[in-house]
Design a protein around this ligand. Sequence first.
Ligand code: NAD
Length: 228
Amino acid sequence: MKKLIIFSGSGISAESGISTFRDSGGLWEQYRIEDVATPRAWKNNPAMVQEFYNLRRKQIMECEPNNAHILIAQLESNYEVTVITQNIDDLHERAGSTNVLHLHGNIRQSKSSGPNKEKAYYPIDGWELQMTDLCPDGYVLRPHVVWFEEEVPMYEVAMQQIAEADILIVIGTSLQVYPAAGLINYAINAETRYLIDPNAEELNVPSSFRVIAKNAVEGMTELLQELG
Ligand code: NAD
């Protein structure tokens, strides 16, 4: 079976009702990144950060995977598929994808806020993580989300996966958040590269990509017809 890599960003979940990062009306227009998604924010006001992610988690739990997530999951019948997502939602998994690598974490899980670098993740029961919820090491549990200025621990693994891809499909990402965006440059063996994004003409897309300037659902439907 050919190895097919999906590299997704917040745009794939837009049609499920989850705000993207940069689009106008997007979630981040309402907040300053430094107030909610940095280690400094957690140090200065952990309760506010916890609340921000609690509300994100609640919203995500109320949303359903859309047809693009579902079509991607179905690709597993014909390809060896790895989904590398920048998203912290779990919609790929809920659509049935079995091999999902979360570059920026998974909001349904928590981890220690202590200095211990041990990589233990704990599923969150329900949508709310309280400041009184402690990790076995005694520190408050924080969301398992990679904040700005933090390392991306799965980067190397993702890089290796992308280097082995026969087919690469990039979908719903503005390719502006680094280092994640740099991953597409490692697809050295890919025979075909696609990019699906309704605003593709505004993005800096290498010429080796076949661009489908459509929303995720329509774009995936068209791409599947092309793949045959
Ligand atoms: P981004 O907001 O920078 O880019 C989103 C892209 O999606 C844009 O290029 C936009 O044109 C496109 N888009 C909008 N509607 C679409 C649709 N219906 N179908 C397909 N594409 C559509 O997002 P990014 O590149 O993913 O970077 C944002 C960062 O924020 C990521 O690191 C991610 O971790 C985080 N984030 C995650 C979620 C989530 O988990 N759902 C939501 C918001 C932000």
